[in-house]
Write a protein that binds this ligand. Structure first.
Ligand code: SF4
Length: 345
């Protein structure tokens, strides 16, 4: 089955439209094993390491089944970089979806209009009909995926499922056919119901937030230093499945409402709303500490950090901020900082 690739830091791409057009939605992830040599010919090396990595992969050649790309305005890196993708990537279909930063009525109308334009261009380019009925069916399917992920996510907090295993699962679900995803998640849920909690009671309960952290090996690396990620605030995590789309509303309006009302993500502002979201999660999941990881040159997360640091200090909630390169060699240098954090909490 042909795929439409998603280049999105804010998980605001309405996958339902892609499914209704008859494609598999396939979110693009980075590859920490490659260096962005070719991308660096187009973008200064002081630009977000993650998006440069994605551009590098796109220049080298994406999955052969990907026939188009939708880039959604998650942060300004994805926005401006798409201009460069248009110049140096040769694909049948490339669309920039304007997901607004504001969340009032005018922003909603703007988002709805842009989604309608996306539908019109998909129909025109691929000679398909994206009907309201098909979008409604896709909403039901995606809501099923969301509710299964939500249920499975809770097994992290019950110390039954490691955060890294959950991360790998969410990542897989974002790339495969969603009917297959439902089968995979249902089987996983049944398996988890029979499992006992992890024996190591010394793991510190952590909330993980930050940039587009898509390397499961990095999550595994953190957990192996004595932590259990019981909840997260990531695009490859809760931001992908928190809440559901209203199945009774006009479908495009429902999609706009869902994306504009879901808990504010790290790519968005203002910082005080971000703080409220993280604080509530930290309290309800009774975490021992918060770890905020920024990819190098990730401006949205870098700008949030001073405010979050000050506020969590006031609340006496342990908070660690880490800035990383996007390669596995560099992770090793962070061990001392993670271990020191583990000792103070
Ligand atoms: S949110 Fe950060 S890591 Fe993600 S694309 Fe934007 S700058 Fe890069």
């Amino acid at each position: 089955m042909k795929k439409i690739g998603i280049f999105d830091s804010g998980v605001d791409t309405p996958e339902e439209i892609i499914l209704a057009a008859g494609f598999v939605s396939h979110r693009l992830f980075g590859d920490p094993n490659i260096e962005p040599d070719k991308a660096n010919e187009h973008i200064p090396p002081t630009h977000c390491v993650w998006t440069r990595n994605l551009l590098e992969q796109a220049i080298r050649g994406l999955d052969k089944d990907i026939v188009g790309i939708i880039a959604t305005h998650g942060c300004d890196r994805t926005n401006r970089e798409f201009d460069i993708w248009l110049k140096c990537i040769n694909l049948d279909f490339m669309f920039f979806l304007n997901s607004p930063f504001k969340r009032h009525k005018i922003a909603s109308k703007f988002f709805i209009d842009d989604m309608k334009e996306l539908i019109a261009q998909l129909e025109d380019r691929f000679s398909v009909k994206v009907s309201s009925e098909k979008i409604k069916e896709a909403i039901k399917l995606m809501n099923k995926v969301r509710s299964l992920l939500m249920e499975i996510s809770e097994f992290r907090s019950k110390m039954v499922l490691r955060g890294a295993d959950f991360h790998a699962l969410v990542k897989k679900v974002q790339q495969i056919d969603k009917n297959e995803a439902v089968k995979l998640l249902e089987a996983k849920l049944e398996e988890l119901k029979t499992k006992k909690p992890i024996k190591n009671k010394d793991y510190k309960r952590i909330l993980l937030t930050g940039s587009d952290l898509d390397d499961t090996e990095f999550i595994e690396y953190i957990e192996n230093l004595g932590f259990q990620i019981v909840i997260d605030d990531l695009g490859i995590g809760t931001k992908y499945f928190w809440n559901k789309v209203d199945e009774n509303k006009e479908p495009i309006e429902a999609l706009a409402k869902y994306h504009l009302e879901k808990p504010i993500h790290s790519t968005k502002f203002p910082s005080y709303e971000r703080f409220d979201v993280i604080k509530k999660l930290a309290e309800s999941y009774k975490v021992d500490g918060i770890i905020n990881v920024a990819h190098k040159f990730c401006e949205p997360v870098l700008y949030d950090h001073p405010y979050l640091s000050k506020k969590f200090k006031e609340l006496a909630i342990p908070y660690l901020f880490i800035e990383t390169e996007y390669n596995r060699e560099s992770y090793k240098q962070l061990a001392t900082r993670f271990e020191a954090f583990g000792e103070i909490i």
